[in-house]
Design a protein around this ligand. Structure first.
Ligand code: FES
Length: 573
């Protein structure tokens, strides 16, 4: 243990004498802090993504108060600060465009201020990876507290969650569900604090945090409205003070073993495909080598244990009552790196030792899984030399090996303009292609990859077709959807050269995605290909387009990769 009073980072501000020390302390005192708060207590920054425009994080101000209780109790000095928040449901054109911007906000706010340790508070999809990426580039002792999922939606005696939205809107469109009832369901589904209650991206991210060892046990599943979430906040506040004393930096937890564990757990829970770009980006910040192939390799052995929507039946509240994520960690013991260190100072294996399953319908076992195939499959071929992904547990088994004629939508606007036309030249074996939805091409890689089927197909009762895109899809979505094609259409990859009528072959068991067009023909098309004019002449979006990396690299900005440490190089005071 270090001499914390002398060595503490915050003392470079609060421990100073003369004019500088006066300035650092005097203005803080307008908030009513007594002088001894500045005399060597560990200062804990509470990085809060609260916003009324991010409704999933709307309760994080209250949760921060419980973190503070724990920090005070353990002898620390808590200081809460806001960072950019990304509300999935409201923010246009897509929150993914701003994930890296929010990470920059978190990184610079942490480094530029007098703090010795950090509690990260996130919930809605991108708020979790963004602040973890930012904190990873600073590398102070850091612990994560998720906001927790909403309670299960309840409507007319039935559970209702985000996954139902796709079916409900179809029923409403067809006239099978009245507008009045459709609106009633809005309030019935979102009836408590918290993020989406199914295993969408937010819950996937909360599970990722626990599997990486970045939170206390049970962070993933305790509902936001359950008082035990407040207890967890309190304990998180206590723990970060000890982490500062132990100098337990984030990089000691985020090791290669931790990332492998996260991939295996994501397969066990049937987590969102968005997990891939976020985990790659986080690994890039801490300098842990991680590739798309790792997702395939480490998922391949893992069956689906969590029976949660969209891959299964239940929701996060049910997972908590069934024993929570520790039961899944225990179930995967034979596969996981059990000695990987977590923020409570114990290994991930120790943390799940006492876990017990209270509902086998919600959590299966390796011997009796919910499904045998899970995780992320990575396909490659001339259509995606750097890879693309598919989530087998959400796909139609009969379509996993499929050959068909491409039907191309040049972008999402083209799709919207034509999808309901009666005379589209396609059939149920066609492969729907959506271009220009990638990191640069949209820009921001929106969740549009699971494009709805053309009306002519729906009218025939077709429920799934192979769809291929350089975009992403919502964690709550399903279907035989190949996503994250790299390189994307807008940078001149083969994907940008596909034309309606070309033959495309998807072969998931053999991990292949091929475009059956001759090299000569592709070379001719390439000569005629022009990069799209995206029309962003200034501002963050211009910078994003110039610097964003491709999907197989995590969609971070190239200059944000790596870690600059916590040292502030210049001091103007
Ligand atoms: Fe925020 Fe789903 S919209 S978690």
């Amino acid at each position: 243990m270090t001499d914390i009073k002398k060595d503490m980072r915050s003392q470079k501000w609060f421990g100073k004498t003369g004019k500088d020390g006066f300035i650092y302390r005097a203005w803080m005192k307008n908030q009513g802090y007594p002088a001894d708060e500045f005399e060597g207590k560990p200062v804990i920054g509470i990085c809060n993504t609260w916003s009324e425009l991010t409704p999933c994080n709307g309760h994080l101000r209250q949760l921060a108060e419980h973190v503070k209780r724990g920090v005070w109790e353990a002898g620390g000095f808590p200081l809460e600060f806001p960072v950019m928040s990304l509300g999935e449901t409201l923010m246009k054109p897509t929150t993914m465009l701003y994930r890296n911007l929010a990470s920059m906000d978190a990184e610079e706010s942490i480094r530029g201020n007098p703090m010795d340790g950090v509690v990260l508070l996130g919930g809605c999809d991108k708020t979790t990876p963004s602040i973890l990426m930012g904190a990873a580039s600073v590398d102070l002792p850091t612990i994560f507290l998720s906001g927790g999922p909403m309670l299960n939606g309840k409507h007319k005696g039935r559970d209702v969650g985000t996954t139902d939205l796709w079916k409900l809107s179809e029923a409403n469109r067809k006239g099978d569900l009245s507008q009045k009832e459709f609106v009633e369901i809005e309030a019935a589904m979102c009836r408590s604090d918290g993020h989406c209650a199914v295993m969408g991206t937010a819950s996937t991210m909360a599970c990722m945090i626990e599997a990486l060892g970045m939170s206390l046990p049970h962070n993933a599943a305790i509902p936001a409205a359950d008082a035990r979430r407040k207890v967890l906040a309190h304990l998180t506040g206590r723990r970060i003070v000890d982490m500062v004393k132990e100098d337990l930096k984030l990089s000691k937890v985020l090791t290669r073993e931790a990332f492998e564990n996260a991939i295996m757990v994501n397969a066990g829970i049937g987590g969102s495909t968005n997990f891939v770009v976020h985990l790659l980006a986080i690994a890039g910040r801490v300098g842990v080598p991680l590739t798309l192939e790792d997702f395939d390799e480490f998922s391949a052995k893992i069956p689906l244990l969590a029976n949660l929507q969209p891959s299964g039946k239940y929701m996060m509240e049910d997972l908590y009552y069934a024993g929570g994520l520790p039961v899944i960690l225990k179930g995967l013991r034979a596969h996981l790196n059990n000695t990987a260190l977590t923020v409570n100072g114990k290994s991930i294996g120790e943390n799940s030792e006492a876990a017990a399953c209270y509902n086998e319908a919600v959590i299966g076992t390796v011997e009796k899984p919910v499904k045998h195939d899970s995780g992320i499959a990575v396909v490659k071929g001339n259509l995606c030399p750097n890879g693309a992904i598919i989530k087998p547990s959400a796909a139609t088994p009969a379509l996993m090996q499929h050959k068909g004629r491409a039907f191309v939508f040049e972008d999402i606007e083209d799709y919207k303009a034509r999808v309901n036309l009666p005379d589209l030249d396609l059939d149920q074996n066609s492969v729907l292609v959506l271009k220009n939805a990638g990191p640069k091409g949209y820009p921001g890689m929106p969740e549009v990859g699971n494009i709805g089927l053309p009306k002519t197909m729906l009218d025939k009762g077709i429920t799934d077709m192979v769809r291929i895109s350089d975009g992403r899809m919502s964690g709550t979505a399903f279907g035989t959807v190949v996503l994250h094609i790299s390189p994307e259409a807008a940078v001149g990859g083969t994907f940008g050269l596909v034309q309606t009528g070309d033959i495309i072959e998807l072969d998931v068991p053999n991990r292949k995605l091929m475009l059956h067009v001759s090299e000569e023909e592709l070379a001719e098309r390439k000569k005629r290909w022009k990069a799209p004019d995206l029309g962003y002449a200034r501002g963050y979006t211009k910078m994003y387009i110039e610097h964003v990396e491709q999907a197989h690299e995590g969609v971070d900005l190239d200059f944000l990769k790596g870690n600059s440490g916590s040292e502030v190089k210049r001091d103007s005071h």
